[in-house]
Design a protein around this ligand. Sequence first.
Ligand SMILES: Cc1cc2nc3c(=O)[nH]c(=O)nc-3n(C[C@H](O)[C@H](O)[C@H](O)COP(=O)(O)OP(=O)(O)OC[C@H]3O[C@@H](n4cnc5c(N)ncnc54)[C@H](O)[C@@H]3O)c2cc1C
Length: 376
Amino acid sequence: MSTPHQAPDHVIVIGGGIFGASTTEQLARKGVRTTWVTSGTLADGASGRTLAWLNSAGFRSEPYHRIRLEGISRWRDFAARVPGSQDYLRFHGGLTWAKPGQSHKERYRYERAHDYVSAWLSPEQVPGTVAAVDPAAVDPEGAIFNADEGWVDLPSVIAELRTEIETYGVTEIIENAGRCVPVVEGGRAVGVLTGTGQRIDADAVVLATGPQTPGILDELKVPMGDDSPAAFVAFTKPLDHGLTSVLNTPRVAIRPAVDGGLVMDSGWSERAMTVDEDGTPHVSDEVVTTLLQEATAVLAGHPELELDHIGMGYKPIPGDGEPVIGETDDVAGLYVAFSHSGATQGLVMGELIADEVVGGQVSELTLPFRPGRYKA
Ligand SMILES: Cc1cc2nc3c(=O)[nH]c(=O)nc-3n(C[C@H](O)[C@H](O)[C@H](O)COP(=O)(O)OP(=O)(O)OC[C@H]3O[C@@H](n4cnc5c(N)ncnc54)[C@H](O)[C@@H]3O)c2cc1C
């Protein structure tokens, strides 16, 4: 017989990204004493350099689709409850079209069959629905418009959640703690050793360290699949662009940024990156310039885009591409939140992890995504 779950007195959440922020906020709401610790500053990881398109578009497993839809619905709740959030969280839909010679008709039919809000637009219909797109750039077959989609600026959300966390008065926030690792004794997580040499004891530890998660688990002999690639987004300087939706075009994906600029990435530019032997990623100026030109080509009026900066690092992706959520089989009291599409799942992830940590409730939503699936 398994021992009944005991609510922890003290939880440590490692990682200052969106998963760490939302988990800590949910724990604070429940009145749980928590230490939220991160190696550098909040939002300095993938959450600070992401396209953050809120979506469940295209083909994927039914459980993954379901959790992403829950994710979008939590963002709508957040938009309704947080004054001023329209500055950094918008639901103006997403527009997607196929490469020349390919078709998105099957994807469109699939989305409709899975109750995903999806409309087909001819190139001529695009300007009436989506602002700031050159209809001549749209594939002649047309495009899919997903009206329920949106985008978010995660550093703004993390700052808001931090303020909320502080009002509950049960959380200590430690930044610049260096590389932290869970301390395991007798098969149980009993605390964290920070990179600055501090040992903090706890009854439960949540690992929300983005692309660094598999490496940390490996040291603890907890198997985890890792497929995290080097990735970057380019941020432009502010301009009068008029774009409000997210664009997913064959050569570039674009969304508005909070400062009046644009944020963009693409599959081809990600694959053109190089990685040093020590894992440091690089991208050439030529690739970045071409990415900006691809964005110019799809925007109405073809505005000249000026690079402000790029955000580069690794994109967290588990080995099978699906989320990893919940307590590990190998170390009791060690919980993992590790996923791609973490912008979309940003808030729901914190809710699911906090429920499990505090009440031992394993949501049906997380059953296909348990960390234990990577055991040989
Ligand atoms: C280029 C790119 C495009 C993306 N596009 C989308 C998209 O369109 N839609 C979508 O939904 N998702 C997208 N994502 C994914 C999404 O951004 C991530 O899944 C999400 O931001 C991950 O958040 P996180 O909290 O898990 O990790 P992170 O934001 O990386 O946070 C982890 C934190 O932990 C800290 N840390 C790491 N190791 C340690 C340690 N040992 N000790 C202490 N602290 C540590 C880091 O410094 C960081 O602050 C994209 C990601 C990238 C990179």
